[in-house]
Write a protein that binds this ligand. Structure first.
Ligand code: TXA
Ligand code: MG
Length: 344
């Protein structure tokens, strides 16, 4: 299959591209589209055969449910029975935007593979203009996981989708680089105290201002049995070379680089811009503020695969605000490993 990549933005005549995407989706095909978080790989969420194509194109395990994207708030009541007061408050405050909410699903509405056998479903209304326009033109809910091969960092640019899925999907709508850079916050509202299953740009602090107390189990607590999204148990965000977390301290990082280089390792460093005078074999800056880091993280992890690095060092950050999402992705990317001179 040939994969077309069509640029859609205000500077080009895009109507034809939208029509093509809508037609493909309506016919049961899968299409990659930009959202404000990462690129998604979409299929009509009520079409089982179409949704199955997502799993096969991504190589995704079948027990990992998909997020359903909607173009209007009103249609939510067609898909779920109960919309709690807290859910309404969250919709008012954060939709359209990077918040996925888990609801009890109405039976027999979505294709079985969307929910992977659960009686709940994750739903969000994205704020990216391309995603919104497409959803509204289509008039149907779209199941869309991140548009990467399973295990790889999520795509924040159309070219990343092409790297992973060329030949496997008919169309990528190219809306440029996504803004947020980490996937949506997943919030389980079926619990008495809502639980953050996956941290994102809508932070615990922001949620608590709107709905009161929210639980956010740490990565370690989730490993030990606290609630987590089914997908979070799989390998994630992994470049080819092993990733090690390291303290955000220039001297410690420089000593690590020198030590590894004396052992003939080629080292890639992912760190804030002010680490640039250090001497790794490759340096990928992820900016300075936490928002910049979230936005550049997956690009940096992917860029490591275009080098001969044998080891990737990634500096840790604080878990305040969106830092919780950054550290969650980094810990998964590193498989929980921290650098010490003795483990190399
Ligand atoms: O920002 C995003 O959420 C992106 C864009 C494309 O919208 N999508 C995305 O989808 O990250 P995906 O499939 O890569 O991640 C979905 C996560 C998985 O960890 C999955 O296990 C969890 O949401 N999830 C989906 N349905 C769930 C449910 N019913 N209960 C608990 N977790 C669920
Ligand atoms: Mg994903």
């Amino acid at each position: 299959m040939e994969t077309q990549r069509l640029v859609v933005d205000n500077n080009v005549e895009s109507e034809k591209s939208y029509t093509q995407a809508v037609n493909l989706l309506a016919e049961g095909e899968i299409v990659a589209l930009p959202t404000e978080t990462v690129y998604g790989l979409g299929a009509v969420a009520t079409n089982e055969a179409a949704v199955k194509k997502i799993y096969s194109a991504k190589g995704r395990p079948s027990d990992n449910p998909l997020i359903v994207h909607i173009g209007t708030k009103e249609e939510l009541s067609e898909y779920v029975d109960t919309i709690s007061e807290k859910a309404v408050k969250c919709m008012d405050a954060f939709w359209p935007g990077p918040l996925t909410m888990i609801f009890k699903a109405k039976p027999n509405v979505f294709a079985k593979s969307v929910t992977a056998g659960l009686d709940t479903v994750g739903i969000r209304m994205p704020s990216h203009p391309v995603a919104l326009k497409l959803l509204q033109a289509l008039g149907m809910p779209v199941a869309a996981p991140s548009a990467n091969r399973s295990g790889k960092p999520s795509p924040t640019e159309a070219i990343h989708v092409e790297q992973d899925l060329a030949g496997k999907i008919p169309l990528i709508l190219d809306g440029g680089a996504t803004g947020v850079g980490v996937e949506s916050t997943v919030l389980d509202l079926t619990k008495e105290i809502p639980v953050i299953l996956r941290p994102g740009a809508i932070t615990k602090e922001m949620l608590e201002e709107v709905i009161g107390p929210v639980d956010q189990p740490t990565h370690i607590e989730q490993e030990q049995g606290a609630p987590k999204a089914p997908g979070m148990k799989y390998t994630h965000y992994a470049p080819n070379a092993p990733v090690y977390l390291i303290e955000r301290n220039k001297q410690i990082v420089q000593e690590a680089i020198q030590y590894l280089q004396t052992k003939d390792y080629k080292v890639a460093l992912i760190a804030p811009a002010f680490f640039k005078e250090l001497s790794p074999d490759w340096f990928f800056s992820i900016g300075n503020t936490q928002d910049e880091m979230a936005s550049h993280l997956f690009h940096a992890l992917r860029a490591c695969d275009s080098t001969d690095a044998q080891i990737v060092l990634a500096t840790a950050t604080s878990t305040e605000g969106v830092g919780a999402a950054i550290m969650n992705r980094l810990e998964k990317s590193a498989g929980g490993k921290w650098y010490t001179p003795n483990n190399k």
